[in-house]
Design a protein around this ligand. Structure first.
Ligand code: 0O2
Length: 226
């Protein structure tokens, strides 16, 4: 089965016949756009790798523990646009979604998150579109991370295109918590009672993990003589 047929089969469950026709007509353009997002991910990942190497020289340690990248799948894109009441075309994707390209940077210390974010957005080819600081303002469930929506240029054979990328920066502790919470969110067969008690427990874990991040940062500051 071709990639296009495979996608259509998945989308038949949720989308109307007209929606599927629109996607079929612009399938090649959508595929091309996805390649552009993939290139934007590569650009941003490289920028963080360069910063990591730079700091290895200047502060004698790597501020980045790991970098994860992901390209949103076509069926997730179709689902998200449908929830917004939009058809899936290259234009609606670019105009309405800012998380098709995702780069997640995991650091040991909270200060490194802000340092890396500042370094990234001060680069002269980066445009900062939006910041959501869930570290200073955690979500009600305890979720913490720094989210940046940026635009980065990619250079193609005959043109330059600015592509949106969602950058999430978080500590190892935040990543540990978010991964478990994500699993809970997609667990469909838990009783309401178990769901409530597990959410409370996760909320408490978020509090402990935020306290751990603060204490680890304090210890680091003492070691660095700050
Ligand atoms: P996935 O599979 O990770 O991509 P927007 O994307 O701007 O339309 P929103 O909700 O305003 O929607 O964006 P926001 O708050 O910046 O969150 C976007 C992403 O952050 C999510 O993407 C998650 O990756 C992560 N995130 C946000 N809140 C939570 C949370 O409470 N728990 C966890 N585990 N992750 C969270 P997606 O599309 O939900 O999923």
């Amino acid at each position: 089965m071709s990639e296009q047929q495979d996608l259509i089969k998945k989308l038949e469950v949720t989308l109307s016949h007209t929606d599927i026709e629109v996607i079929t007509d612009s399938f090649n353009e959508i595929k091309e756009l996805m390649t552009f997002y993939k290139c934007a991910i590569m650009e941003v990942e490289t920028k963080f790798k360069v910063l990591n190497e730079r700091f290895k020289l200047s502060i004698d340690r790597n501020p980045i523990d790991s970098i994860h990248t992901r390209l949103k799948s076509l069926d997730s894109i179709a689902g998200k646009l449908k929830r917004k009441g939009l058809r899936m075309t290259p234009n609606t994707i670019e105009q309405n979604l800012s998380d098709v390209a995702g780069v997640r940077v995991i650091c040991s210390f909270v200060d490194d998150i802000y340092m890396l974010a500042d370094c990234l957005v001060s680069q002269d080819d980066i445009t900062l579109v939006r910041v959501k600081d869930y570290i200073k303002n955690p979500k009600d469930n305890g979720y913490r991370s720094l989210h940046l929506i940026i635009e980065v240029p990619i250079f193609l054979d005959t043109e330059k295109r600015n592509m949106k990328v969602e950058v999430q920066l978080r500590t190892i502790a935040m990543e540990f918590w978010a991964n478990l919470e994500h699993q809970l969110r997609y667990k469909k067969n838990l009783s309401l009672q178990l769901l409530r008690s597990t959410s409370r427990e996760l909320s408490e874990c978020a509090r402990i993990s935020a306290a751990l991040d603060r204490r680890m940062q304090d210890v680091k500051n003492v070691i660095d003589g700050k």
